[in-house]
Ligand binder design. Sequence first.
Ligand SMILES: [Zn+2]
Length: 170
Amino acid sequence: MRRANRLTLTGEVAHRHEADELLRGPGTAVLVNRGVQRSLVIACPDGCGDTLTINLDERAGSAWRFYNDRRGASLFPSVWRDNGCRSHFIVWRSRIYWCDWEDDVLEGNDMALEDRVHKMLGPKFISYARIADHLGEVPWAVLVACNRLVSLGKAVEGKGTDRSKFKRPS
Ligand SMILES: [Zn+2]
């Protein structure tokens, strides 16, 4: 079965049980929203037939963040199933990136954002997710900007417990 590489929202409902009938195959998703975003129900994009319920509500435990703007839908952090098909994927701007496929790297080119991210970097390591919170951006976009700044020699990434954190080169 071919894995989906797009996330397609097919509807929004108030209750979890109303979501299933709106799913339309691998990679389709329904938002459960009742005043606040409760969950995102996804037909597993690898086509295994399972339905994933991604919690978006902090009051119900560890929660993902869901972004939906003119550039598409994004989910942070990645989804990594610890059972069933064990799929591991990232959703960014409605694209699904498969984490077990090393050619499937996040790509973008946003020099204005790179500039804003660069200004946030100092002598101490800061995580890209925190920078994203400060800037009101999707963390994946900030990660792409950080990686580009590293490739340009304008930032360095930490190692070990400082992995995924960035600072200015000293
Ligand atoms: Zn699956």
